[in-house]
Write a protein that binds this ligand. Structure first.
Ligand code: MCN
Ligand code: FES
Ligand code: FES
Length: 905
């Protein structure tokens, strides 16, 4: 133990701590300064940044023994508070700098230190600073953060007034389409929003801390699990194994297709017979402290019989490969596509036929916040689980039978989440904390390390795609043949649906009269495939967008012209044989043409022998919704003071569900003339909110949004008097009218048939990506220097949110193209190792242009947005590399050595 007196945010604080405690933990746990977030825990993300004696430091890497007496510390709490914000915090709100907000306090402190050192930083100074100090953000794409620092510095210098940064309510009382800051923004920029780990510190006394015993190999039979020594360790309450689980001990994938050869009951909560992948949970140690739990976890003895590990689809498809789930073939699902005439005669007669193989890899989600959650039994004996789940009702159904709990006795709540990007479409630790709580009867808390986040949550499922395309000599597309293989890891959940995306989106955006193809879902022993933003779009559209460039070259056409010639026009149909909801791609191309010419000119004028520059484009299309008649329900209640409360499950990854609900409801309720503050939000709790469905498939603005509009209409219809004025709350009560109303909405859509034909989505999103890159010829290193995205996502609810979605998605696309991977479990288990894009990898020169075609089925005309920016930005980058230097990379990521090899090849 050591004693220290520290001056924290201007106040002297007495501290008694262990020598090896990290300063970050001490500030959080002993002083309650939870603006100090722990993301990576190893100095790679900057979320724990603080100022120590005037210097910016990452506090997770500092042990208490290195902290001297009377050290002065500043955290975000000391910079500004919700009632008295600092200009940096105000600027952060004005620019939409906080999406999930988990990185935000670290950035605020970092910016504060920067402006103190350099009151007039250039944009490049800001970028250098954030790079040097490892401030990582997975949501924003960084550009808005640099904008915020510029404005904050100007305010601090007196060159700009704070007023200019504050949102001004328009005279027509309309926030739809504006830059109204999201409701959680103030809490996020002041570091006062509680995420899962912060709530963990506020759990009642006696809450048990959990540590997992996990597999360190990828495929094995379980011979025995011996917990006897661990049970005797200090502070241990119980070591939970599969024997303690009362239910089926399986998480069900709620199998979606009857032709799936598995039954969907393939993911154990705790390993019983087999280990299917690295990290599989074998036991949960529940103890008084995390330290004790971890020490005891190391003493659990597990005897395993190693089996052959099938670490990718080709290996698992070998004839002599054993069945990973005995009784179910490793290729467990197939999806056909058959549109129009047979393709073989078309290919025989075509002027040009091209073929290519493409691979999009195991992209890791890499939220800064690691997975975290807790569980307790409430006073009614119901099991309550709080986590980062973005599909509370769905997850309840997936885990209840495995735990042996009636679904009515299971309450699921979403904590504020520090980003998920889709990995939380799958339950991760929900069933684990549920099992631990049921086995001990006590509240339990589990916080993953970033290593566990990376190695034991789902990843993007790699796709191996073969594409053959036929065209006439004028560049008119005639036919498409394709095969795609989806490596979905060991657990089948949502693998069939993902494979269907190949049928729906290979060739999407172009009029393709004839298509034939087959997709396969394959079980392997690598990380389980979970949804990842774009879910099937970046996997399936990549090859197609690259072969379009190859085709253009073969035909001697400009890639822009070839695309423009073939895009959907009136009457054309999608790969699934239906008409798109609007024909807007021509308008996108019209707006994009001058930008394309600009980037082309920039590339040709800036080439040197050492560094080649090039332009690349790609068209991206994705559906907003889950397949078929996707539906949602929301409720609204009129309060005594005339305000309303919206009850909605619009789950928040960090994208801005709070703003989504507020903006949509405020617009619907405009006849009532409510101020935004008069719309209260109760969200993401199965006890209080109806089923809105999961926040996947960029569906919430459309599907939950329409249900919100329906609820608002129900209430207003009931409030409306004969003269079109509205009843007050008192009048409603007096007239015995209900004050709470439900709104439901179902998409007018049909699921695809066995040939992949149907009209699966009521709304789509469209965008053309234009990028300018430079390639260093000696090393193969690629730098993306420019990005333009011309997009049509229908009418825009909130401009800050939508811009943020776009910039952030582009950044993830650049990562997917160039650096991100999770193939090598060891090497890719850290942020740096897995190729996390820091600020200097992302260009500051990014431009967004919108074509706002109102969607007939959209909410106030809006389609979705979340996944559009991650449909094909990577293809644009790959096309730009080729345009720059002639290196064609078809297997991602295009790390320098691959670009070099392609150059030489
Ligand atoms: N929006 C809008 N105008 C539109 C469409 C949408 O203002 N025309 C707003 C919505 O109000 C919402 C946001 O944009 O706040 C995204 O809306 P939508 O596209 O409907 O998607 P969801 O709300 O269902 O969010 C999910 C989507 C998905 S599937 C993933 S994955 C994802 C994403 O959004 N993960 C994210 N964006 C993310 N952003 C952050 N910061 N972190 C994640 O983990
Ligand atoms: Fe400290 Fe990531 S740098 S938590
Ligand atoms: Fe930066 Fe989410 S806002 S990580």
């Amino acid at each position: 133990m050591i004693k220290r007196t520290l001056k924290v945010n201007g106040v002297e604080k007495f501290i008694l701590a262990e020598q090896d405690d990290s300063l970050a933990n001490v500030l959080r746990e002993k002083l309650g300064l939870t603006s100090v977030k722990i993301g990576c825990g190893t100095g790679q993300c900057g979320s724990c940044s603080i100022i120590i004696d005037g210097k910016l430091k990452r506090s997770c890497t500092i042990k208490m023994k290195r902290v001297e007496d009377h050290t002065e510390i500043i955290t975000t709490e000391g910079i500004g508070t919700p009632n008295q914000m600092h200009p940096i915090q105000i600027a952060w709100m004005a620019h939409g700098g906080a999406q999930c907000g988990f990185c935000t306090p670290g950035f605020i402190v970092s910016s504060y230190a920067l402006i103190l050192a350099n009151p007039k930083p250039t944009r490049e100074d800001v970028r250098d600073w954030f790079q040097k100090h490892r401030n990582a953000c997975r949501c924003t794409g960084y550009k808005q953060l640099v904008d915020a620092v510029q404005d904050a510095a100007a305010v601090m210098r007196g060159d700009m007034s704070e007023e200019e940064l504050l949102f001004k309510m328009p005279e027509d009382n309309r926030i739809w389409g504006s830059k109204y800051p999201r409701p959680t923004a103030a809490a996020k920029v002041t570091g006062t929003l509680d995420y899962g780990a912060d709530l963990g510190l506020k759990m009642p006394e006696g809450t048990l801390k959990c540590a997992l015993v996990q597999a360190e190999i990828s495929h094995a039979n379980v011979i025995s699990i011996d917990t006897s020594e661990a049970e005797k360790m200090e502070g241990v309450e119980k070591v939970v194994t599969y024997k303690d689980i009362k239910g089926k001990n399986r998480i069900t994938g709620l199998i979606t297709f009857p032709t799936n050869k598995g039954d969907g009951w393939d993911r154990p909560i705790l390993a019983d017979e087999k280990i299917f992948q690295f990290g599989d949970a074998i036991a949960i140690v529940c103890a008084d402290t995390e330290k004790h739990a971890k020490a005891a976890a190391a003493k659990v003895k597990v005897e395993l019989e190693q089996l052959p590990e099938y670490m990718n689809a080709p290996a698992a498809m070998e004839e002599d490969a054993m069945e990973i789930h005995p009784g179910t073939p490793n290729v467990y699902f197939e999806q056909k596509i058959a549109k129009g005439d047979e393709t073989a005669p078309i290919f025989d007669k075509a002027d040009v036929v091209l073929e290519g193989d493409y691979y999009v890899g195991r992209q890791p989600h890499m939220p800064i916040e690691p997975d975290v959650g807790f569980a307790y039994l409430d006073d009614d004996g119901k099991l309550c689980i709080h986590s980062k789940s973005i599909g509370l009702h769905l997850h309840a159904a997936m885990i209840a039978p495995g735990l042996g709990v009636d679904i009515e006795n299971l309450i699921m709540v979403q904590n504020y989440a520090g980003g998920t990007f889709g990995y939380k479409f799958s339950p991760t630790m929900e069933a684990l904390v549920g099992a631990a709580c049921l086995a001990t009867g006590k509240p339990v808390f589990l916080n993953y390390t970033w290593f566990q986040q990376q190695t034991y949550t789902g990843k993007r499922s790699p796709f191996f795609t073969n594409i053959r395309v036929a065209a006439n000599k004028d560049g008119k597309l005639l036919g498409l043949e394709t095969e795609w293989i989806c490596d979905h890891g060991p657990y089948s959940e949502f693998g069939d649906l993902l494979t269907l995306r190949g049928a729906q989106f290979i060739g999407a955006g172009y009029n393709m009269p004839a298509i034939r193809g087959l997709g396969k879902t394959v079980c392997t022993n690598h990380a389980w495939g979970s949804a990842f933003r774009g879910y099937g779009a970046p996997e399936t559209e990549f090859g197609y967008e690259v072969i379009m460039d190859e085709l253009a070259e073969k035909l001697g056409m400009d890639p822009f012209d070839l695309r423009e010639k073939n895009i959907y026009r009136d009457g054309d149909t999608t790969p699934t044989g239906c008409k798109p909801e609007v024909y807007c791609i021509e308008d996108i191309f019209k707006k994009a043409r001058p930008k394309y010419e600009e980037v082309k000119k920039w590339a040709s004028e800036n080439n040197t022998d050492e560094v080649k520059r090039g332009v690349g484009i790609a068209l991206g299309v994705y559906g907003s919704g889950l397949d078929g008649p996707d539906s949602a329900e929301s409720e609204i209640e009129l309060n005594a003071d005339g305000s309303v409360t919206m009850y909605a499950c619009w789950h928040d990854h960090g994208q801005g569900a709070d703003m989504g609900v507020l903006g949509t409801a405020h617009e619907a309720l405009r006849p009532l003339g409510l101020a935004p503050e008069q719309i209260h939000l109760v969200m993401n709790d199965t006890r209080t909110c109806p089923n809105g469905g999961p926040a996947g498939g960029s569906r919430s603005q459309v599907v939950v949004g329409n249900s919100i509009i329906a609820a608002c209409r129900e209430l207003m219809d009931s409030m409306r008097k004969a003269d079109n004025s509205f009843r007050s709350y008192d009048e409603m009560i007096k007239e015995n009218k209900a004050v709470r109303y439900s709104g439901k909405w179902s998409a007018p859509a049909t699921e695809c048939d066995e040939n992949g034909q149907g009209s699966p989505f009521a709304c789509y999103m469209y965008g053309l990506f234009i990028t300018g890159v430079s390639v260093e010829i000696a090393t193969g290193k690629t730098q993306v220097e420019k990005f333009v995205l011309v997009a049509d996502i229908g009418k825009i609810n909130n401009k800050l949110v939508v811009d943020g979605q776009m910039y952030g998605g582009l950044a993830q696309g650049i990562g997917l193209a160039l650096t991100e991977d999770y193939e090598d479990i060891k090497k890719h288990s850290t942020m740096v190792g897995a190729g996390f894009p820091y600020i200097k990898q992302i260009p500051d020169d990014m431009e967004l242009i919108y074509v706002e075609t109102a969607r007939p089925e959209g909410s106030h005309g809006a389609s979705g947005v979340g996944e559009l920016p991650l449909t094909t930005p990577h293809a644009a980058v790959i096309n730009a590399i080729y345009n720059a230097c002639g290196a064609r990379v078809t297997h991602l990521p295009a790390r320098p050595e691959k670009v070099l090899a392609a150059l030489k090849g």
